[in-house]
Design a protein around this ligand. Sequence first.
Ligand code: PLP
Length: 428
Amino acid sequence: MTEHLAQPLNVADPEIARAIYNETRRLDSGLEMIASENYVSEAVLEALGSVFTNKYAEGYPGRRYYGGCEYTDVVERLAQSRAKEIFGADHVNVQPHSGAQANMSVYMSMLKPGDSILGMNLSHGGHLTHGHQLNFSGKYFNVAAYGVNQETEQIDYDQLAKLAEEHKPKMIICGASAYPRIINFEKIGVIARQTKAYVLADIAHIAGLVAAGLHPSPIPHMDFVTTTTHKTLRGPRAGMAMCKEEFAKKLDSAVFPGVQGGPLVHVIAAKAVCFLEALQPSFREYQKQVVKNAATLASSLKDLGFRIVSGGTDNHLILVDVFAKGITGKVAEKALEHAGITVNKNTIPFDQNPPLVASGIRIGTPALTTRGMGEKEMQIIASWIADVLANPENNANLEKIKVEVQKLCKNFPLYTKRLTSYEQSNSA
Ligand code: PLP
């Protein structure tokens, strides 16, 4: 009855073990350039795969609805104090299961259905949870949306102020999924105070840069700050919400019991590990390289004749207008995937194409920088991207580039121990 407890995965479930192995190989042998992805450390993976996955712990440290939480409390308190140290927030809630749930919790803590919110247009770089009609945020609230200026392709703060004045939203939301420039949180904070709106910054994408001091912090200017922990922050797939002390109680009860049930303690343990990593000096060096790599990629692609949305980048991602070269984002994504380069199609501001076709691709450097790649590799990759996009239907050429990609990846190995351990245990 208990033998199953000790069985390794490749014995208990060979199909899933094989899929995990194949995914590890895919990561190791390809160029991961999706701006929202990264590679976590073995330490983060170990915490994620720990026995804390067994634990129910509704409530908060010191006041739980379940017994047996003494070590859970150690984990959650460590995660909280490390997050506070990184970001300098008054209050932090480390329980949101995802970025979407962190945002939902903030809305639930201050808003009622039917209230007005002002968020950034999805097609200008915002996120679904900032008021898109297909998302709960667009269904429950009256939404006004700001965007970027058509000339500069950077946030139009005058329009934002005008819309805030006109619509008197109860909450203004800033932060983005596909915006390559510095966001002026101070300016948005001033607009919110002038119009008596609460203000939330969702730093899901740039959290690592903020943690490293490479993007101005939203904390002094915002009532609430949410993030995911799995993008530039390089932790487990999850969320987190921070706020000023005066909103702490409301936020905590919006997360639990408002939006979620039991916290995922194993994920909180992994968040704590990633926060400790983010507090090390090497994390700042890593983030500096992420930004340098994105800048090099942007300038190399520009030199190769591509139009970069907003003219360049200040952060970890770039948006390339591939439609200016006569191909859609959809075609570009597929062709690059064929050549071993993973990116995503993305609308560009004022796009003429629908989102599933899109005129752009979004490219990020966090994952490749984690592997140790630098500016030299970015220049090589830019030339491959140009080569692929010059003739996206030439399969022989795509295959040839894929071989080059695999050669480069061999010099920057990933998760080697995991690969060899699976290969050894399955070779008998
Ligand atoms: N907020 C922003 C700005 C994002 O980019 C994302 C994810 O892409 C989210 C929230 C949602 O995060 P999750 O996928 O963890 O729900």
